[in-house]
Ligand binder design. Structure first.
Ligand code: ZN
Length: 188
């Protein structure tokens, strides 16, 4: 079931997610709802904060994207169709020595707002699946970028924080207008 997506500048987007300790049906249900929400919004990633939960949980699905990226999971390379949609619980990202790349990112919590962001190309991600089983994932390109964007959300960091000053300044009016709209819709 798709859930309403929280927009900037709702305070939950700035909350660091609590570590998940209960790997139960409620967690599986939330992850499934987040996948539905992401698919309906045609996004490639979604963090729990974006549906109002400050938790260390995000989902990604890159099956619809050009596969100009590589990945290795626990020493193997499962087909993307089996790997995704992928739920990451309690993830931590370690950038590996690689060139930074520039790419125009968007965010479902910032409708219509996009901007160039530099990030490391290749990362190692340690995470648990919905059963609590730990995994080690290496990925690059859009896969690595998407996970970096989502794990930022889990720590209360937003893509506008990662933009160069000049890029951020060019979007300032749109960002302020969005914050105003969000505030107006918030329950009193
Ligand atoms: Zn986002």
């Amino acid at each position: 079931m798709a859930l309403p997506i929280v927009h900037y500048n709702d305070p939950v987007l700035r909350k660091r997610g609590a570590r998940v300790t209960g790997f139960d049906s409620a967690l599986a249900r939330l992850a499934a709802d987040m996948v539905d929400t992401m698919h309906l919004a045609e996004g490639i990633g979604l963090a729990a904060q974006q549906v109002g939960h400050a938790l260390q949980l995000c989902v990604v699905d890159l099956r619809g994207m050009k596969k100009e990226f590589a990945w290795e999971l626990d020493g193997g390379r499962p087909p993307l169709d089996l790997l995704m949609p992928l739920a990451l619980v309690n993830p931590s990202v370690l950038p590996l020595p690689s060139e930074e790349t520039l790419y125009e990112e968007g965010c479902l919590s910032f409708p219509g707002i996009r901007g160039d962001i530099a990030r490391p190309d290749t990362v190692r991600v340690a995470y648990q699946d919905l059963h609590g089983v730990p995994h080690a994932l290496f990925c690059n390109g859009l896969f690595g970028r998407c996970i970096q964007h989502e794990v930022d959300h889990l720590n209360g960091v937003l893509f506008i924080d990662r933009m160069a000053k000049k890029v951020r300044a060019g979007l300032d009016d749109d960002i302020k207008a969005l914050a105003k709209t969000t505030r107006a819709k918030a329950p009193a």
